[in-house]
Design a protein around this ligand. Sequence first.
Ligand code: ZN
Length: 148
Amino acid sequence: MTELQELYQDVILDHNRSPRNFGELPNCTHRAEGFNPLCGDHLTLQLLLDGDIISQANFTGNGCAISKASASILTDEIKGKTVDQANEMFNQFHRLVMQEPGEISEETLGKTMIFEGVKDYPARVKCATLAWHALNGALNGQTLSTTE
Ligand code: ZN
């Protein structure tokens, strides 16, 4: 199988074709941009927090299939999570694709586990983690994240 066949699984292709939570989020409380100059992916993540709970998450922008599908699945999975839970998801996703030691739980990561395969393709790791860096930035008051 080629790199693309291996990575562009059906779920990823589906989220790329019909991204979930795509578009401006009116009244968002947190937002951050993510830029991956290596691939040209440029996404903005918008969050609506209700106290400590992420009640809605949207994204806008343009990018390759991996970066868009990752943002689409991320925004689906973090909805209803607390800020602490979202930070923990960020840490675990980072470990998953960077092959770093530490806890990785399927229960915590949910559907975002599908990106495990990108760990073998360093250039693609940046595409898959872009939305996550934007999430981390949005939650920590950093409005621009780049993968460089
Ligand atoms: Zn990309």
